[in-house]
Design a protein around this ligand. Structure first.
Ligand code: ADP
Ligand code: MG
Length: 737
């Protein structure tokens, strides 16, 4: 590796003795060139100490490492030249800006040249670089009339150390007022020591035991930091990034491994069991036959529930794959074992729907149609769990009664929103908590229940699958059941992306669908209009459609600020086909099940995540009938992202599923949100992009973390001190513990 080669230029001839405190902890103002104003600017980037500065890693790099002879300079490329400065002129442009213009002479042949360099507003150029000086220039070249020009290139004296030109140049995240050249210079000083040759990077302690470093072929930490800021070559940069990524993943694996061990040690869940005959009877009385995937998931869950170690299982299945019934069966096991179950939904509307579905599933006598409510009541299964709904619209004595019945154990299954069930309720014997459509899987729920002294089995459901790289790191302690099979008869929903101008054609078409007896959703990003912008709002859209384009149809408005009772009423009427078109916000996003709805029009579609759009689309065609989704977007430049909604899987006719779309979203938004509640201002992982990290690195770090924790579970040994500190810092960064 190039390690020794890079240390060369930074090794001070005779190092002074170490100060008692590490320079890394000192204020950045200890570095030459950083005064009080710069300190304030850096503070905005959360950089306070010299160590913080050293860990401000480049955002990207410019390859200025190859020199081009002046006569070979071409337009539209980043290039680096060595040149003698010819005549230097300065003038004001028509707009009053100072322009400095320099003729560049070829050092090999100082007569011929047709290349110039120009700068705008940089007085210092003329002051610092006199005519006749040999310099290095790096930057983009453009045609200007008949001459080639470097436009605002970076410049250094040819005899100076290469910092900004003639090398692979780091590019850093900046803040208003902070000059990129200054920041790069300070980092160069931190890494190579500058004039005083006191490189603070030499004080960074090596956190990895040598054994691991050698086994995995990793650069020493100081070399890695040097190379990541000022790479000698591209391979050196990759080696440096690999080393830093390794550390970051190892710390993550250690933190998660310790948490996993803590959970396992303190585990005290109730073992929940149902015998085969009983379980079979439940399945047989459902209104439909389970898919193979549902059966598989159910038996995996049954096996987990029987254990004393609390289950942490994720039930992953695309929209419409039938997660609710699996959850309902799990709840029955809890109840059959004398425990309680809680089903938590992301919205009240959805909680209401789940309550309806669960009640129906529990009381089903088999066969999908026929039995009306009265008949069902007459043949009510005596073992059907006693189930109640708790939303914010359940108030007064009804609410009191539910809360009391949960505390006494008389109520066996409670359905509500996350917040209500987690925070507002005491249970007699909570055995199973089911969290529907949750994206930060389980971490918060475990913690909340723990605080109440409970340790229920946890079943999490999601239509947004976890990329493998996350399931092998952040969610290594989650077991996963996948519903990879749709109930029969589902067909894909025809999806189109349309510009705003197409709406005059969309609405008459919606009218036609309604005339055929179908129903439609129109979804907007906002509830109310804002005069400041033209983001579509539910209220304005509803008003306009009722007055014009869809006049005469039965329209209704639905959004989260309406009282829950009104919303419920609208949904009931929609389900009973008393309403043709619902104009709504994303309150209809997750799980809502209206059998006869076939049209989903999303306005301002660019404002939604892909997984969210996929969820919205999943609201229509629920019974396998032909269904449509029209994504209307005002933003042409966004349409590439939206186009993913209409893409096919390579080599097939299948549309991208929730998994593919979630992965696209993850690539766009980053993985930070999967890690849990981030403390405000805390940085994301610095190096690792969990959306596409090398899987081999994940395996390596997982293996090393397991081995480290096996010999030193608390990381108490002195040689693990830095790692222990890094783990503690990670816990502080994400309120995870
Ligand atoms: P999701 O996985 O999106 O939560 P749901 O649980 O809401 O899906 O199920 C979607 C619809 O499919 C519901 O109407 C449900 O009754 C129905 N369903 C679930 N499983 C089956 C099955 N095995 N056969 C037929 N219909 C099913
Ligand atoms: Mg669902």
């Amino acid at each position: 590796m190039a390690a020794s080669r890079t240390i060369r230029s930074s090794s001070p001839p005779n190092r002074r003795s170490e100060p008692p405190q590490s320079s890394l902890d000192l204020s950045v103002t200890r570095l030459p060139g950083i005064g009080d104003d710069s300190r304030k600017l850096l503070e905005r980037l959360e950089i306070r100490s010299v160590g913080d500065l050293l860990w401000h890693l480049p955002r990207t790099y410019l390859d200025y490492s190859t020199f081009t002879p002046i006569r070979s300079v071409r337009a539209e490329h980043d290039q680096t030249v060595e040149a003698i400065l010819g005549h230097i002129g300065q003038r004001r442009t028509a707009r009053g800006q100072l322009m400095t213009e320099v003729e560049l002479l070829d050092p090999a042949d100082s007569t011929a040249t047709s290349v110039r360099a120009t700068w705008f507003g940089r007085q210092f150029i003329k002051e610092r670089y006199p005519e006749g000086q040999l310099v290095r220039l790096s930057g983009k070249v453009k045609w200007f009339g008949r001459t080639l020009q470097f436009a605002n290139p970076k410049i250094e004296s040819a005899s100076a150390e290469a910092v900004h030109t003639g090398r692979i140049v780091p590019v850093y995240a900046l803040t208003d007022g902070l000059k990129e050249g200054h920041l790069r210079r300070w980092l160069h000083t931190a890494v190579f020591g500058g004039a005083k040759r006191t490189a603070v990077v030499r004080e960074v302690p090596e956190p990895l035991p040598d054994e691991i470093r050698e086994r995995r072929g990793l650069l020493p930490i100081q070399d890695a930091l040097r190379e990541v800021h000022f790479p000698s070559t591209w391979p050196d940069l990759f080696a440096a990034r690999r080393r830093l990524a390794f550390d970051e993943l190892l710390v993550l694996q250690l933190a998660l491994g310790q948490r996993r061990e803590r959970w396992r040690r303190d585990a005290k869940a109730l073992p929940l069991r149902a015998d085969d005959a009983t379980a079979e009877r439940w399945v047989a009385t459902l209104p439909f036959a389970l898919t193979g995937a549902q059966r598989r998931a159910f038996s995996e869950i049954r096996a987990d529930l029987a254990q004393r170690v609390p289950m942490s299982r994720l039930l992953e299945g695309d929209v419409g794959s039938g997660k609710t019934v699996v959850a309902a069966l799990a709840a029955r096991i809890a109840v059959a074992s004398g425990a309680q179950a809680a089903l938590m939904a992301p919205t009240e509307l959805l909680a209401e729907q789940h309550h309806r579905s669960l009640t129906e599933l529990f009381e089903s006598r088999g066969g999908s149609s026929g039995a009306g409510a009265a008949a069902r009541e007459a043949t009510r299964d005596a073992t059907a769990p006693r189930t109640a709904l708790l939303t914010s619209s359940v108030t007064g004595t009804a609410r009191r009664a539910i809360i009391d019945a949960l505390a006494s154990g008389e109520l066996e299954v409670i359905v509500g929103t996350h917040a209500l069930v987690e925070e507002a309720v005491t249970f007699k014997r909570l055995g199973l908590a089911i969290v529907d459509e949750q994206h930060r899987f389980g971490v918060r729920q475990r913690a909340t229940f723990r605080e109440k002294g409970l340790d229920p089995h946890l079943l999490l459901t999601t239509a947004t699958p976890i990329p493998q790289t996350l399931s092998q790191t952040v969610y290594r302690d989650l077991d996963i059941s996948v519903l990879d099979e749709m109930p029969s008869g589902r067909q894909s929903i025809r999806t189109e992306v349309r510009p705003h101008d197409a709406l005059p054609k969309v609405w008459p078409w919606v009218r036609q669908r309604v005339a055929l007896g179908e129903q439609a959703f129109v979804v907007t990003p906002r509830i109310e209009e804002d005069p400041e912008d033209d983001v579509p709002s539910a209220e304005a859209t509803f008003r306009d459609l009722a007055a014009k384009d869809l006049a005469g149809l039965r329209l209704a408005l639905l959004h989260g600020r309406m009282p829950a009772r009104e919303r419920d009423e609208v949904m009931r009427r929609f389900a009973d086909r008393e309403i043709d078109v619902i104009v709504a916000t994303t309150v209809v996003e997750v799980g809502i099940d209206i059998p006869n709805a076939t049209v989903m029009v999303v306005l301002g579609a660019e404002r939604f995540g892909l997984a969210q759009l996929h969820q919205l689309r999943g609201r229509v065609g629920r019974r396998g009938q032909r269904a449509y989704c029209v994504l209307v977007s005002e933003k042409a430049e966004e349409s590439e992202r939206l186009a993913a909604m209409t893409e096919r899987k390579p080599g097939t006719d299948d549309p991208l599923d929730g998994f593919d779309l979630a992965k696209r979203d993850l690539e766009i938004r980053g993985a930070g949100e999967f890690l849990g509640e981030r403390q405000s201002g805390a940085p994301e992982l610095r190096i690792v992009d969990l959306a596409d990290v090398d899987p081999a690195l994940i395996d390596d770090t997982a293996a090393e973390a397991d081995q480290l924790l096996a010999t030193d579970p608390q990381l108490e040994r002195p040689e693990h001190g830095s790692l222990a500190e890094a783990v503690a810092a990670l816990w502080r960064r994400y309120a995870l513990a």
